[in-house]
Design a protein around this ligand. Structure first.
Ligand SMILES: [Fe+2]
Ligand SMILES: [Fe+2]
Length: 220
C-alpha cells in the first residue's frame, strides 16, 4: 500500500515517539528536535524533491523520511540514525507500506546523521539538505546557555534562515542573517562546516549546486 505523508504525520503513535525522543534530547542539553523540527524538515524535503523534478510519490517518501528521521533519539542519541531506521521499519510495515517504499525511507534515515551521512539515494539527499539547514534561534531551549554552549550560541545568532531552490541556476541556497554580536561567522563554520559539505554532496546527488550566503556574502 502507498502510505501518505499525511497518514504518518497524523499517526498518534509516531507523534508520541517523536515527543519522547525530543524529551531525551532536552535532558541531554540538545537543541529542539521535536515536531517543529521534523515537520519543517518534512515540508522542505518534499518541496526540494518536487522542485528538482521528482514525482509526487518520491516527494511524499522524502517527507515521510524527514518526519521520522530523528525518532531513534528516543532510544539513544548515539546511533539514533540506525535505531530510528529500525523503528521506522516496524512502524511503516505496521501501516502496510510497500517494501520498496520502506527500503527507500529507512535507507535515508540510516544515512542522515553527520557522523556517517551520505546521500545514497535522492530521498536521503533531500533529507540531508532539509535537516542540516534547519538552523534558527527558536531551536535554542534555554537562552542562559548561549554564553558557554557554542551550539546554542550559533543557533541563537541566526535571525533569519531561508532555503531556496533555483532550478534555472541549478542551485539550492541557504541564506542566513546572523547577529554577529551573539556569535561570529567563524563560530558558525566551526559548528556547521561538516554539515555544509554534506549539503553540497546532497545537492550534487540531485544534480544541483549548494550555496551558502551569510549576511549577504557568498561563503560557498
Ligand atoms: Fe538526527
Ligand atoms: Fe534532525
Amino acid at each position: 500500500m502507498a502510505i501518505t505523508f499525511e497518514q504518518v504525520r497524523t499517526n498518534e503513535e509516531i507523534r508520541a515517539y517523536i515527543r519522547h525522543a525530543d524529551e531525551s534530547l532536552k535532558a541531554l542539553g540538545y537543541t529542539e528536535h521535536s515536531l517543529a523540527h521534523v515537520t519543517k524538515c518534512a515540508v522542505l524535503a518534499g518541496s526540494i524533491m518536487r522542485e528538482t523534478g521528482h514525482d509526487e510519490r518520491e516527494a511524499e517518501l522524502a517527507s515521510i523520511a524527514a518526519f521520522l528521521h530523528d525518532i531513534g533519539n528516543m532510544i539513544n542519541r548515539n546511533g539514533h540514525e540506525r535505531s530510528g531506521a529500525m523503528m521506522a521499519f516496524g512502524l511503516l510495515r505496521d501501516l502496510g507500506c510497500d517494501p520498496d517504499d520502506v527500503a527507500t525511507v529507512i535507507t535515508a534515515i540510516g544515512h542522515h546523521d553527520e557522523s556517517t551521512a551520505f546521500p545514497v539515494n535522492d530521498v536521503a539527499a533531500a533529507l540531508i539538505l532539509a535537516d542540516k539547514t534547519d538552523v534558527r534561534s527558536t531551536r535554542v531551549r534555554n537562552k542562559d546557555t548561549i554564553l558557554f554552549d557554542i551550539h546554542d550560541r550559533v543557533n541563537f545568532a541566526v535571525k533569519e534562515s531561508d532555503v531556496t531552490v533555483d532550478t534555472e541556476k541549478g542551485e539550492i541556497s541557504l541564506t542566513l542573517t546572523i547577529d554577529t554580536s551573539v556569535s561570529t561567522i567563524s563560530e558558525y563554520f566551526e559548528i556547521f562546516m561538516g554539515r555544509m559539505i554534506l549539503c553540497r554532496r546532497a545537492a550534487e546527488r540531485l544534480n544541483m549546486h549548494f550555496s551558502l550566503v551569510i549576511n549577504g556574502q557568498v561563503m560557498m
